[in-house]
Design a protein around this ligand. Structure first.
Ligand SMILES: Nc1nc2c(ncn2[C@@H]2O[C@H](COP(=O)(O)OP(=O)(O)OP(=O)(O)O)[C@@H](O)[C@H]2O)c(=O)[nH]1
Ligand SMILES: [Mg+2]
Length: 312
């Protein structure tokens, strides 16, 4: 494994796509947010937080432009929604110029890690392993992990990082710049992403739902924007539904006397006001949609926003 930090070739602008892939909870979205100038992806301590490919654009005048793909964690899919999630990760893997496999190094090496090594091997693009969460591990335990990834020479580099503290992230980024092809930027340097505001808003509401729930609920909920009314330059009214699968789940989400939904709404409104830089009137309803995770119509509706429609 090379330990040097490569210097970018003078005058060469890099341009291309990097897929962040890995198992659920590895820290892909946390890393994306750290790499970008502002928070784009939602993050939670529950697995399967990211459900679609998320595009984040990093432009550096001196070095070029990287289009990052944050992806859903790879897992054994039990519902139609989860099959779509794994497929989204597979497609991003196939599309990318460079692949970053994120590994939660604070968890013991297991069969899932071996599976992911094989899974990323299906593409020929340059691959880098980022051993994440090193803020939680003792240095000695990293050495056997590094050896497991070095075997077979599948990876260009193996870099210990902490997406949370930023430790090692600059070194990882330098490696990505070096591995990317040369070329002009694909997007306006001012752009952070290609997704519509409504999708990003629904995601941010979902983040607050995830923060307030546990057990099966995080998996069984989704957020749909029902209406969006601009009320002058200073105020936007957003009506959103939280989908659940059962009446019992709805009851939990609403909480005693409406206390939980109210707390979710307050947290979401604060976050959205900072994000949209205007006042937000937020109306949140809970809607029961039986088996929505198996329902192609609802899944397509949830999928409509992101990527295919807006990436030329
Ligand atoms: N201690 C520590 N925690 C981290 C680090 N990176 C991420 N986390 C935490 O790990 C959890 C999962 O992070 P995410 O960024 O949502 O993980 P993900 O890989 O995007 O997960 P999915 O979207 O579910 O596939 C969150 O609680 C993060 O705060 C890290 O470097 N150190
Ligand atoms: Mg994620």
């Amino acid at each position: 494994m090379a330990q040097r930090t490569p210097e970018p070739a003078a005058g060469r602008l890099a341009s291309g796509t990097v897929a962040l892939v890995g198992r659920p909870n590895a820290g892909k979205s946390t890393l994306l947010n750290r790499l970008l100038p502002e928070k784009l992806a939602i993050v939670s301590d529950k697995p399967q937080t990211t459900r679609q490919r998320l595009v984040g654009i990093l432009t550096d005048e001196a070095r070029g432009q990287i289009v990052f793909y944050d992806t859903p964690g790879v897992h054994k899919p039990q519902h139609r929604m989860n099959r779509r999630m794994v497929k989204a990760a597979q497609e991003a893997l196939a599309d990318a110029d460079v692949v970053c496999l994120l590994v939660d190094a604070s968890q013991r090496e297991g069969s899932g890690d071996a599976f992911m090594r094989t899974w990323v091997s299906r593409v020929d693009s340059p691959k880098v392993v980022l051993l994440n969460k090193i803020d939680k591990v003792r240095k000695e335990t990293l050495l056997p992990r590094i050896a497991a990834y070095a075997e077979g020479g599948r990876f260009e580099e193996i870099v210990p990082i902490s997406a949370l503290t930023g430790d090692g992230v600059e070194r990882a980024l330098e490696i990505l710049w070096r591995l990317l092809p040369a070329g002009p930027p694909r997007y306006d340097p001012e752009l952070l992403t290609v997704h519509p505001e409504r999708f990003l808003v629904a995601e941010r509401i979902r983040e607050k739902v995830l923060e307030a729930t546990r057990d099966e609920l995080p998996f069984a909920t989704a957020v749909v924007i029902e209406a969006w009314q601009e009320r002058g330059p200073e105020l936007v009214a957003i009506h959103a539904s939280i989908l659940t699968e059962r009446e019992g789940q709805k009851k939990i989400l609403v909480g005693k006397g409406g206390s939980r939904i109210k707390a979710i709404g307050t947290a979401a409104r604060r976050d959205l006001e900072a994000f949209l830089e205007r006042r937000v009137f937020l109306d949140l309803q809970v809607r029961v949609e039986r088996n929505w995770r198996q329902n192609p119509r609802i899944l397509s509706e949830l999928d409509r926003a992101p990527y295919a429609s807006s990436l030329g």
